[in-house]
Design a protein around this ligand. Structure first.
Ligand code: NAD
Length: 359
């Protein structure tokens, strides 16, 4: 069994996430920032809204939806007043609503830019789901829009608040097993409905890589603390009808400036790929599953890892609220999303050109 961190060490690995002691504790009640969710699909319904019932510094204050039938259901379920309910056309009026501090963009990927820009223009801070955008150009525009409006922008990288992932980041960065040499990482699942927006290039920007491969890419980046310098990638397509517009399976390699190499994969074709293993001079550490909402499991060459199972969305939102309340930088700012977009564009370029790409 690897030595477990004591509570204090554990809290410090949480890097200011939800369970860290709050600095806003002087008042009897911590201040809760009002969140408006834009897009009430699967993620908002099943993860984000329930998480907002448990948060300390964040509350569900408003909704933005293109489906009128959802307005009543959400208003009744979460006690949302009519004045805090918008559709995509009335959304800009949110500028006049002091109940809303943060707009959380949970729409199909290619819509992230428009709603981030409109939210910033309305004077709201923005939390935007991953992938941040569908191009480097859009990601840069979103960062600029929030900077110009003097509003904060963070990306929904929930794994960066998850204790097992944070512990592996610590093991890597503190060289607990020596210098890191190689990472194997992958995330994929069997994609269902052939008519969903995730398979349409104009809305998704890409397939498995944009949707879930990004988690494996992120893991390599937060384990190494570096940006890949050389990338080579191959795409495999066994169902050109279903995956006509987007990638089905991608295998890619990255070399980092320190010499660490990463061997990654992602797929929409089959389930069960959800892991990383990092190899260092004196041992290894791995998570499998690594990126699920719950039930992460970790092992090292010295034994099992054991941490609390947390609500990653609650941790992510409360961290962003604290960053706003205390005027601190987020550990997952827009720039973090941009770095992933740069690597993703390089992966697609390598597939297109059949050559390795210097990033
Ligand atoms: P979803 O399909 O369940 O919901 C999408 C929502 O967008 C729906 O409410 C839909 O009505 C609305 N919408 C507006 N315009 C649309 C259009 N033109 N076409 C299709 N839908 C439209 O998707 P989801 O799973 O909630 O994903 C939303 C975002 O959240 C995506 O960017 C996705 O990558 C991200 N996501 C993140 C995680 C995570 O773990 N962080 C998990 C799932 C999804």
């Amino acid at each position: 069994m690897i030595a477990q961190p004591n509570r204090r060490q554990f809290l410090s690995t949480m890097a200011g996430a939800a369970i860290a002691p709050t600095i806003i504790a002087a008042d009897t009640k911590p201040k809760k920032l009002g969140y408006a969710l834009v897009g009430l699909g699967g993620l908002s319904t099943n993860q984000i809204a329930p998480a907002l019932q448990t948060t300390q510094h964040s509350r569900l204050a408003g909704i933005v939806t293109g489906t009128p039938a959802k307005e009543k259901v959400w208003a009744e379920k979460y006690g949302i007043p009519e004045k805090n309910i918008y559709n995509y056309e009335t959304f800009d009026q949110i500028a006049d609503n002091p109940d809303i501090d943060v707009v959380y963009v949970v729409l199909p990927n290619s819509m992230h830019r428009e709603f981030t820009e409109r939210a910033a223009k309305a004077g709201k801070h923005v939390l935007c789901e991953k992938p941040m955008a569908t191009s480097v150009n859009d990601a840069e525009a979103m960062i600029a829009a929030c900077k110009n409006a003097k509003r904060k922008l963070a990306i929904g990288y929930r794994c960066q608040f998850e204790p097992y992932n944070l512990e592996c980041k610590r093991l890597a960065r503190e060289k607990v097993f020596g210098d890191l040499r190689m990472i194997d990482a992958g995330f994929g699942f069997r994609s269902g409905n052939p008519n969903q927006w995730r398979l349409k290039h104009a809305l998704a920007g890409g397939g498995a890589l944009m949707d879930v491969g990004i988690y494996a890419l992120q893991a390599c980046r937060y384990l190494t603390g570096e940006e890949p310098s050389v990338i080579s990638a191959t795409e495999v397509k066994t169902d050109p009808v279903k995956f006509k517009e987007v990638d089905e399976t991608i295998l890619w390699n990255m070399t980092f400036p320190s010499g660490v190499v990463a061997n990654c994969n992602t797929t929409y074709k089959f389930s069960g790929v959800n892991r990383f293993r990092a190899f260092a001079d004196n041992g290894w550490f791995s998570l499998e599953p690594a990126y699920s909402y719950h039930g992460i499991k970790g092992r090292t060459s010295k034994g099992e890892l054991s941490f609390e199972d947390i609500d990653q969305f609650a941790a992510e939102m409360d961290d962003f609220s604290r960053c706003i309340l205390e005027d601190k930088d987020s550990i997952v700012p827009g720039e973090e999303g941009l770095k992933d977009m740069i690597a993703i564009e390089a992966i697609y370029k390598s597939i297109r050109t059949g050559t390795e790409v210097k990033v």
